[in-house]
Design a protein around this ligand. Structure first.
Ligand code: HEM
Length: 177
């Protein structure tokens, strides 16, 4: 909704690959690189669980120059990784192309870790990714989502409690033929 040109491109890709006579399926995913790149970029900028969950250091250890005593609460700042300009040029720009190579092939990037990493990373990752893909592709296959006239400017700033989520906003869903 905030990036109508990107939405147009997703509509074109969905119409070319899926067509108008059925809904998108998981099996279509490999043929929808631009749509999938947009979902990855939304996960980077959204950083839904921006600080992971707190963990406690089980034994005295060191990490780079830091001595971390046993019992220290450790929080991973996933947000900072996803907005690090050394990893993501112009990190405040919503740009799905950063996940595509020059031939438009989807590039997985190990520095994108919205589900964290390590032994205690999110066990719901695969379910969540399937849900994101199915919800997103079904909605965009069926609707054009627009910012209604005379509504406040859209903000990507979001509210952060445990989960980083959008503030209230209005959207207009226009049925696609
Ligand atoms: C977009 C959706 C989701 C995101 C971005 C997400 C992200 C995360 C993150 C960052 C953590 C912390 C990992 C760590 O501390 O190292 C976590 C933990 C966890 N997530 Fe998710 N999650 C999502 C959906 C789900 C779903 C759908 C389920 C279950 C069906 C789930 C179940 C859990 C559980 C049980 C933990 C705690 C794991 C542990 O402490 O051992 N999550 N998630």
């Amino acid at each position: 909704m905030a990036f109508p040109k990107i939405q147009d491109r997703i509509h074109q890709e969905l119409d070319a690959v899926v067509g108008r006579n059925r809904l998108p399926r998981l099996a279509d995913e490999k043929d929808l690189p631009y749509t999938c790149a947009t979902l990855l970029e939304a996960q980077r900028m959204g950083s839904v669980v921006a600080f992971g969950s707190p963990h406690v250091c089980g034994e005295d250890t060191t990490l780079g120059p830091y001595a971390i005593p046993k019992g220290t609460v450790v929080v991973a700042n996933l947000w900072a990784i996803h907005y690090d300009p050394d990893l993501w040029p112009n990190p405040d720009e919503f740009n799905p192309e950063r996940f595509l190579d020059e031939d438009g092939v989807l590039q997985k990037n190990e520095e994108l870790i919205p589900f964290s990493t390590g032994l205690r990373m999110c066990p719901g990752e695969h379910l969540a990714k399937m849900e994101l893909y199915i919800f997103f592709t079904h909605l965009l296959h069926q609707f054009t989502i627009k910012k209604p006239a005379n509504t406040p400017p859209l903000s990507l700033k979001g509210l952060n409690y445990f989960a980083h989520r959008p503030g209230p906003f209005l959207a207009e869903f226009v049925t696609r033929d």
